[in-house]
Design a binder for this molecule. Structure first.
Ligand code: ADP
Length: 494
């Protein structure tokens, strides 16, 4: 096993990886940008190196600088976390060329799977069902229009090099195609340096169901069941759960087998996720492979009793898989809520700033993977995720209730977070029925505003505190113009 590992990432995921490293007796090296000097991942690491200014391209995306630090610190391996360089084939290649182990798949596999159309072609050849649509990307708008018209609307435009919803457009009529193509091409060019796009059928009310895989360098591959990630805003996940309320044991087995086939077809090594869209009819289609650890991996850990980061480290160190498919069981139910510094009443606009009061929920079945602490200034330069709240219980309803309790206990003051919004979603009738699909938030929660009574209670508590001369936490007024209720209920409860 490695003696020393560099974590080329920040925030909650860097902290989470370091924890497993410590349990395994592996020393950890953090890297940080200027505004992250006091970040939790810097505090948690045994060594920490500054890698540049706030701008990601000059720090967390600076391959040369990170490799230099890795060499100077004498690490044997680099864990990329998620985001930043995690799915960057050039980074994996730079590690390989420097004799440093990249904790993830080989650079060639990342490159093949990172191209959506190449991946679609590979999977359809292997007879894994893909979403109907083009298998080659282009910038020829006439061809795109022709393909879309032939397919019938709605369609979805995607960037071949896509990720994070960039370059993606839903188009519902032929007349909207020209403009949508032009803007998608320019967004793709800007985001990925590759302007090519393609169109595929836009499925109606699908669920996003993904399968966790693990594969070793001896060609063994297993799956660790599914995660349902249908609750999204801007096509990006905010609540995930496992098992999916939509899968029968038979469908689970078929999707698991398809995911293992994807792993074997692509020569996959290490942990990865095969994403599918699942139609109400039970038909499922390959979406993409995320060639890294996912944000939502903890729900799989809690229901399968595994530590995915440990398996990643073992596989990267050359060990064969220590788990067999037959040994794996899904036990109980787990739900994860992503705690973002965003204002749900203002279209989820990021709301960074200083955290004045911070108290995490605890108690049975509660896990918090956090990257923040009281007094921490959330920088504006990065993804505004603060932490992930994960709960597990014997069944879905018990997990749902536990999540409500834990969200109610989560106190974050000083900045606006999505906790109040998450509470409303988890409490809602459609969620409690498991009736989730990818447009759930737009369908049930568009124009959402915080509960007026809670806002009033918060404001009243604030005024009383002021009258009594109690120390005042700074109130951040949300984009919508009022303090969000959960900001105040902690420090200001009478
Ligand atoms: P990215 O890689 O940019 O995150 P994905 O291809 O993974 O994009 O898709 C992200 C989300 O967009 C999916 O989870 C789903 O909500 C939606 N989506 C993607 N493709 C389709 C489709 N063909 N039909 C309907 N929704 C889709």
């Amino acid at each position: 096993m490695f003696k020393k590992v560099l974590i080329a990432n920040r925030s909650e995921i860097a902290v989470r990886i370091m924890r497993t490293c410590r349990e395994m007796g592996i020393q950890t090296v953090a890297v940080y940008s200027e505004p992250d000097r006091k970040a939790l991942h810097v505090v948690e690491a045994e060594e920490a190196f500054s890698i540049g200014p706030a701008e990601p391209s000059e720090s967390y995306l600076n391959i040369e600088r990170i490799i230099d630090v890795a060499k100077a610190a004498g690490v044997e391996a680099i864990h990329p976390g998620y985001g930043f360089l995690a799915e960057h084939p050039l980074f994996a290649r730079a590690c390989e060329d420097s004799g440093i182990v990249f904790i993830g798949p080989p650079s060639q596999v990342i490159e093949n799977l990172g191209n959506k159309t190449l991946a679609r072609t590979m999977m359809s050849r292997a007879e894994v069902p893909v979403i109907p649509g083009m298998l080659e990307a282009t910038t020829d708008t006439t061809l795109l229009q022709k393909e879309a018209d032939a397919m019938g609307y709605p369609i979805i435009i995607k960037a071949a090099a896509g990720g994070g919803g960039k370059g993606m457009r839903v188009v519902s009529a032929s007349s909207e195609m020209p403009d949508a193509c032009v803007s998608a091409i320019s967004e793709a060019e800007k985001a990925f340096g590759d302007p090519s796009i393609y169109v595929e059928k836009c499925l109606e009310r699908p669920r996003h169901v993904e399968i966790q895989i693990l594969a070793d360098s001896n060609g063994n591959a297993i799956h660790l069941f599914e995660r349902e990630c249908s609750i999204q805003r801007r096509h990006q996940k905010i609540i995930e759960e496992t098992p999916s309320p939509a899968l029968s044991p038979e469908l689970r087995e078929r999707m698991g087998e398809a995911a293992v086939k994807v792993a074997k077809t692509s020569g996959y090594v290490n942990a990865g996720t095969v994403e599918f869209l699942l139609e109400p009819s039970g038909n499922f289609y390959f979406l993409e492979v995320n060639t890294r650890l996912q944000v939502e991996h903890p729900i799989t850990e809690l229901t399968t009793g595994t530590d995915l980061v440990r398996h990643q480290l073992e596989i990267a160190a050359g060990s064969p898989l220590s788990l067999r498919q037959e040994e794996l069981l899904q036990r109980g139910h787990a739900i994860e809520c992503r705690i973002y510094a965003e204002d749900p009443a203002a279209d989820f606009f990021p709301s960074p700033g200083k955290i004045i009061g911070y108290q995490e929920p605890t108690g049975p079945g509660v896990r918090v993977d956090s990257g923040v602490y009281e007094g921490y200034e959330v920088p504006m330069h990065y993804d505004p995720i603060l932490s992930k709240l994960i709960v597990a219980a014997e069944n879905r309803e018990l997990a749902r209730r536990r999540m409500i309790r834990a969200l109610e206990d989560y106190r974050i003051t000083g900045i606006t977070t999505i906790i109040g919004f998450l509470l409303d979603v988890i409490r809602s009738v459609p969620f409690s029925r498991g009736d989730t699909f990818i447009d759930f938030v737009q369908t049930h929660f568009s124009g959402w505003k915080p509960d007026k009574d809670l806002v009033r209670a918060a404001a009243a508590a604030y005024l009383v505190d002021e009258m009594l001369g109690a120390p005042q936490p700074q109130v951040t007024v949300s984009q919508a113009g009022y303090p969000t209720p959960w900001q105040s209920l902690g420090a200001w409860t009478l």
